[in-house]
Design a protein around this ligand. Structure first.
Ligand SMILES: NC(=O)c1ccc[n+]([C@@H]2O[C@H](COP(=O)([O-])OP(=O)(O)OC[C@H]3O[C@@H](n4cnc5c(N)ncnc54)[C@H](OP(=O)(O)O)[C@@H]3O)[C@@H](O)[C@H]2O)c1
Length: 229
């Protein structure tokens, strides 16, 4: 498939590498322009492009940028993209560590609902609850004992099916996490967040999350990251 990845840092770079290896036509973009991506793109077999071009010709667009940067994306980025384009949001809102306060999220909007609102397109939430190192190293063929699982949330069953398939191809058991309105269950710091769980354990973790604790989960995780820095 033609896959455009906006953001070529820790996560975007790894996704680009794996997806290019699987035979997809991968374009990568960042904030500094395509020249800054020439070496990385050549190494992994992707094409460096502008943000606009990453969104333009792709069947799947992956947003792999800090949450606050979503508001800086060009206006109307997806205005002319066909409705069939699948947009994947892998982001996590980190108000204390990186993003600053985003009022709508602080008032209760889910991370990916806010992203969808900003870009004016529905998104699928996936890959936000796996650390870059695990994404790089832990993918294994289907049927391998102990295979890690990744959950996917979204409102379009067709778009979600595309992403569930991609998760499997990347070496992880795909788990349907429900609609986008369920995606709080895999946001920062929840039981389903970055614990490298197998499918049954991931389903249990998603089920045991407590919606009233979204802010607490996030704050605890941010505090933990801060202590580790
Ligand atoms: N790291 C993890 O383990 C992990 C795991 C799951 C989810 N996530 C989430 O995934 C997202 C990306 O994380 P990351 O660790 O990959 O971040 P990162 O290493 O800091 O990379 C961020 C990338 O976004 C690009 N970018 C920033 N602003 C942009 C803009 N306005 N337009 C286009 N590109 C822009 C940067 O390009 P420039 O360098 O040119 O500015 C860079 O390539 C975040 O929301 C993060 O919370 C991270």
């Amino acid at each position: 498939m033609r896959i455009g990845i906006i953001g070529a840092g820790g996560m975007g770079g790894i996704l680009a590498r794996h997806l290019a290896r699987l035979g997809h036509r991968v374009s990568i973009a960042n904030s500094r322009g395509r020249e800054s991506l020439t070496a990385l793109a050549a190494e992994i077999g992707a094409t460096p492009v502008s943000v606009v071009d990453a969104a333009k010709a792709a069947e799947i667009v992956i947003l792999a940028i800090p949450t606050k940067a979503v508001a800086d994306l060009p206006r109307g980025l997806f205005a002319n993209a066909p409705g069939s384009v699948v947009v994947i949001d892998i982001g996590n809102y980190h108000p204390e560590l990186r993003d600053g306060r985003i009022d709508a999220i602080d008032r209760g909007m889910l991370d990916s609902q806010w992203v969808a609102q900003q870009i004016g397109r529905p998104v699928i939430k996936a890959f936000n609850n796996i650390l870059a190192k695990s994404l790089l190293e832990k993918g294994v063929p289907r049927g391998t004992t102990g295979r890690m699982a990744l959950s996917v949330c979204g409102d379009s069953s067709d778009a979600k099916a595309v992403v569930l398939h991609l998760v499997d191809d990347l070496g992880f058991d795909p788990v349907d996490g429900g609609d986008l309105g369920d995606s709080w269950r895999q946001q920062t710091g929840t039981p389903a967040y970055c614990h490298d769980l197998e499918a049954a354990a991931l389903r249990r973790a998603l089920a045991e999350a407590d919606r009233s604790r979204i802010a607490e989960y996030r704050a605890k995780r941010e505090a933990r990251i801060r202590r580790s820095l």
